[in-house]
Design a protein around this ligand. Sequence first.
Ligand SMILES: [Fe+2]
Length: 453
Amino acid sequence: MRAEDDFTRRAGALLRAAANDLKRDDENAERELGLERGSFAEFAAGTRPVTWELMRRAAEVWPLNERDLLPGHDDCPAGVRITRHKESVASGRVLSRGGEPYYEYRDTAMSRIASYRPEWIRMLRVVEDDDPDNPLVQWNRGHLLYQFTYFIGPVNYYYRWNGVSHCVPMDTGDSVWGLPFAPHSFTSRSATEPACILALTYGGSLLGDAQRELAVLGNATTRALAVPLEGAAHRPGAMIRSFMDAGAVTVAELADRTGLTRERAEELAGGAVPPGPEELDLLADALGVSVRDLLAPRTGAADGVSVQFARDARSWVWPDEGAPAYRMTRLAGDPLHPHTSALRVDVLADGAERSAPLTTYQHQYLYVLGAEPVTLSWEFGGRCVEETLAPGDSAYVRPQVPVTFAAAEEGRRAQILLLRISGSVTPEVRYAVGTMAAGGVDRYVAEDRLWYS
Ligand SMILES: [Fe+2]
């Protein structure tokens, strides 16, 4: 199917799904949207493209947003989307800070399917110390996106948290993961050696629908909904309190349902003390939720960042010692984002047949580090494809697409950076899809009919 036809079909499916949600049959939909008789079925089936005017009209007369009717673009129909080094070079632009050239940016592989914004960045500012207050350092104001950074060469990394500035001298193989809106900067410690970073920014679940919803709800509501992770003892309390609010449960009622004393129920709901394992079970039962719903994530970030130096990074072979295809090295990450994983892959296998496919549920970004080319092969839609990637080439890989790396020539040990992130398909969504009635999955991804017949 042509990409354009596929887009039209998915737009039609969204229109049908919206009409179903609002309990409109074709005739009602046509009347309310001012469409000619018999045309709604054509729009919904994708044989007639949904127009901007139709979306505008639907958003006017129905309680929905234009965005609800807009499908995503599929710019990766082959399963993998490659950006060649020379395309990256062609996208290069120098950005000035304080009126002087500060960074050279180059785009690397991106896709509309995933919220990655991966940039190769060269530091143009050279410093001679590790002083975070060096006036040569130009700080940004921080940005919404989370940032995973991989360092190549003598790069100084600066970050500021709660008004305190830090500088960490980095070298090739070091990496860092950072929280949104923390000001940061990078400089080079050498006028001759290349000093670059791969700055892989991504929004995760903060972007998209959540951001739009909160932008409408406003500041005060967003602040009220925010759950701080500071103060470990308070962690489960926030969720217990939320579920009590949701179910209009009083402390007395919680005590009654759990069999705990009123004082203990009060303590747990207040977050002054964390519940013990048995109490968690009792609370989950009483509130009609799963234990996991009461638990807060943990974070290893100190002052907004999690640093991983190459010298103490864990490394192991995959899939096993007997026939190792890759040496894996774990790069920076944080438990706050359990579905983000960063790896450096040293390719050990000489041919695809001696290598092993890697598959994950995440969106994948890869960048060829070092000086050696690599053969990338993958399977998608019943087709097997093989491409040689040169140093500086990068690619986006769709979830669940098995990719295999092998030396492009015997003995040439390529090195690849892999950053894997989950998109909007959170565990909640995966469980929800997994519990649909028979036939539900096909209809969820492309509803094409009335909900009754
Ligand atoms: Fe950044």
